[in-house]
Every structure is written in structure tokens, then in C-alpha cells.
Design a protein around this ligand. Structure first.
Ligand code: UFG
Length: 344
């Protein structure tokens, strides 16, 4: 039996690349497209080192319909698509909203048009817990309403989910699963693959590891006067390999024979809330080094407390997180040491 062929948009990015590894190891044949606007070829090399398989890859933009059509024509029929390609920086989206709406909406709409033309019916979409805004109750489950988005980035994720729901309603053949990520951190345990911000990191863990590696002078913790146990924000930090594995479970589910699956959505988190300060302390313990950090003012737009109720994904996808935050920090640190040494 030939293995199922999956188009992976944004497959050279942090989450996409880890998912490509999981697809290969589970017998799928991924085909990657990426325009390298926020990534570089290093992660594709990492995939090849881990799997020993040359990545099938096309450079281009997912919002370019002619490019997408060429890929579909060259590769023949795909069994499914995973759509990671999108801009993801909350702060940048506040400064450049047009760029965010244009890119994140256009790429999804173009992809949906080409999928329809080519009769490809299974799609996994990268959504985010940001769709919930500041939730009224935590842990947050999938029934929680979408609050007003805190940023244009968050609004694009809400809009994309709305588009998908409407398109699925109108097309009985289309099956879509949106995966609402909490905070993915860490790296592949082999240290061959990890997060590689092309500019100064916005996210907590790459900032921690770059500070520990001497690339950044100090970590500033944004706010220690919140209404939480230690005053810092609370998040659900999930190991990137766990997150990637959930995508394989999701595409397995869509690939099952049977009736139309419609539109579904799942939280991907551990179910455990960890404060920013707690994570910093866990990093210091795991890495066994000193870290230069200090408390600073709050960052605009931050949700105070959020963590997932991941029960729905466990029941329907037979998926749950296996790694701890400490595992993720250990792996992130091993990756940082490797990548920062190789770049010196
Ligand atoms: N933080 C710091 N110092 C830093 C960086 C972050 O204290 O240098 C804090 C933030 O204020 C926040 C926590 O660490 O309290 C996590 O911040 P991240 O930027 O790592 O992650 P966010 O929770 O802001 O955002 C992430 C993803 C988004 C996604 C969002 C959903 O980056 O793409 O989760 O909540 F939409």
C-alpha cells in the first residue's frame, strides 16, 4: 500500500517541521511548501538528519494560486493538507495589521479554493488558544466563547475558524479539524530540530535559552503583580513533539473511512497551568546554570491565566501530552547550545 501524501504548508517552520518528522515516522509522505519569510532551510536539514529521508520541498507562497496549482499538478492527488503557513507574532500584528490580515486570510482562502478544484477534502488547521481571549473559567474547554481578540493576529485565527466552519457547511465533502494550540515549547529530543527565531525572540522560552547562551543580556519577566500565586502570568506549556504528534492523530481521524466528519476543533494543551516565574526556575534547575532575569512591567495584550482542558482531544483523537515542561526545557536548552555553537 502506498503511504498517504500530505501537503504541509509552512513545513520549514517550528511547528510544521516537528510535524513533518512525526508524519514520516508514522508512515505518511509529507510534501513541504514554505516561502522562508519567517524561517530558513536549517529546519529542513534537521528533519533530514532525524529521519534520513530527503524532504520533498517546494519554495513558494501559499497565497500564490498558480504556485499552489503547480504543486498539486506535479505531486498528483493529496490525501490531506496541514496548513501551518501564517504569521504568528502578536506584537508585530498590532503594528502591521494589514500585512497580518492579508497574509493569514489570503493563504487560507487560496488553499481552500485549490483544494476544492483538486477535490482534496481533508484539512488540519493551526489555530490557537488565543481565540478564547481571557477565558472566564479555567481550564478552558472548547465550549468557551470567542472573546474579542487581543490582537490582529488573534483576530485572524478567529476569522479563519469562522471561514472554515462556513466552508464546511457549504461543502459536504470537506472535513476540517482546527487544533487550538496552547504554548508550544521545547525541541526535538535529538537536538537536531528546534525553534529558530529569525529575529529577536518574542516568546518566552527562546528568550530564556538565548539569554542563557549569552546572546541576550537578560530576560525580563513581563509583570509580577497579576492576580496569580506568584504574580506572573499562567500558561499551559506543551512540548513541541506532543503537539506535533496530535496532528498525526488528527489526520488519521480524517483519513478513516466513513461518513463526513464536518468541522471539528480541539484544544492541544497539557491541562496544567505553570507560571512564567515557575518556568524560569524550572529552566535554571534543568540547565544547572545561572540566568540573568528581572521583573519588569506588564506586556500589553497578555492574557493573565489560561490553560487547557484537553479532554476532548483525549476522547476523540486518543491523544494526550506525554512530556513535562521540564522535558521541554531540557530539550530546548540542548538545541540552543547546539545551534548557538554552530552559528558562532
Ligand atoms: N514573557 C516574559 N518575557 C519574555 C517573553 C514572554 O515574561 O521575554 C511572558 C509573557 O508576558 C507571557 C508568557 O511569558 O506571560 C508567555 O509569552 P509568549 O510570548 O511565549 O506566549 P504567549 O502566551 O503570549 O503567546 C503564545 C503564542 C501565540 C499564541 C498565544 C496564545 O506565541 O502565537 O500563545 O495565547 F497566540
Amino acid at each position: 500500500m502506498t503511504s498517504k501524501k500530505i501537503l504541509v504548508t509552512g513545513g520549514a517552520g517550528y511547528i510544521g517541521a516537528h510535524t513533518v518528522v512525526e508524519l514520516y515516522t508514522n508512515g505518511y509522505s509529507p510534501v513541504v511548501i514554505d516561502n522562508f519569510s519567517k524561517s530558513d532551510r536549517t529546519l529542513l536539514e534537521g528533519i533530514e538528519k532525524i529521519t534520513g529521508i530527503p524532504v520533498v520541498f517546494y519554495e513558494g507562497d501559499c497565497a500564490d494560486k498558480e504556485f499552489l496549482k503547480r504543486v498539486f499538478k506535479k505531486e498528483g492527488k493529496f490525501d490531506g493538507v496541514m496548513h501551518f503557513a501564517a504569521y504568528k507574532s502578536v506584537g508585530e500584528s498590532v503594528e502591521q495589521p494589514i500585512m497580518y490580515y492579508r497574509n493569514n486570510l489570503d493563504s487560507l482562502l487560496t488553499l481552500l479554493e485549490v483544494m476544492k478544484e483538486q477535490r482534496v477534502n481533508n484539512l488540519i488547521f493551526s489555530s490557537s488558544c488565543t481565540v478564547y481571549g481571557e477565558p472566564d473559567t479555567i481550564p478552558v474547554d472548547e465550549q468557551a466563547p470567542f472573546k474579542k481578540a487581543e490582537s490582529p493576529y488573534g483576530a485572524t485565527k478567529q476569522m479563519c475558524e469562522q471561514i472554515l466552519e462556513d466552508v464546511v457547511k457549504a461543502d459536504q465533502n470537506l472535513n476540517v479539524i482546527s487544533l487550538r494550540y496552547f504554548n508550544p515549547i521545547g525541541a526535538h529530543p535529538s537536538a537536531m530540530l528546534g525553534e529558530l527565531p529569525i529575529d529577536k525572540p518574542n516568546n518566552l522560552v527562546p528568550y530564556i535559552t538565548q539569554t542563557a547562551a549569552g546572546i541576550r543580556e537578560k530576560l525580563v519577566i513581563f509583570g509580577d503583580d497579576y492576580d496569580t500565586s506568584d504574580g506572573t502570568c499562567i500558561r499551559d506549556f506543551i512540548h513541541i513533539v506532543d503537539l506535533a504528534a496530535a496532528h498525526v492523530k488528527a489526520i488519521d481521524k480524517l483519513s478513516e473511512a466513513g461518513e463526513n466528519k464536518g468541522y471539528q476543533y480541539y484544544n492541544l494543551g497539557t491541562g496544567r497551568g505553570v507560571s512564567v516565574l515557575q518556568l524560569v526556575k524550572e529552566f535554571i534547575e534543568v540547565a544547572g546554570i545561572k540566568l540573568n532575569y528581572e521583573m519588569g512591567p506588564r506586556r500589553a495584550g497578555d492574557v493573565v491565566k489560561t490553560y487547557a482542558n484537553p479532554t476532548k482531544a483525549k476522547n476523540d483523537l486518543n491523544w494526550s501530552a506525554q512530556y513535562t515542561a521540564k522535558d521541554a526545557l531540557r530539550d530546548a536548552w540542548a538545541w540552543e547550545k547546539k545551534i548557538s555553537t554552530s552559528r558562532k
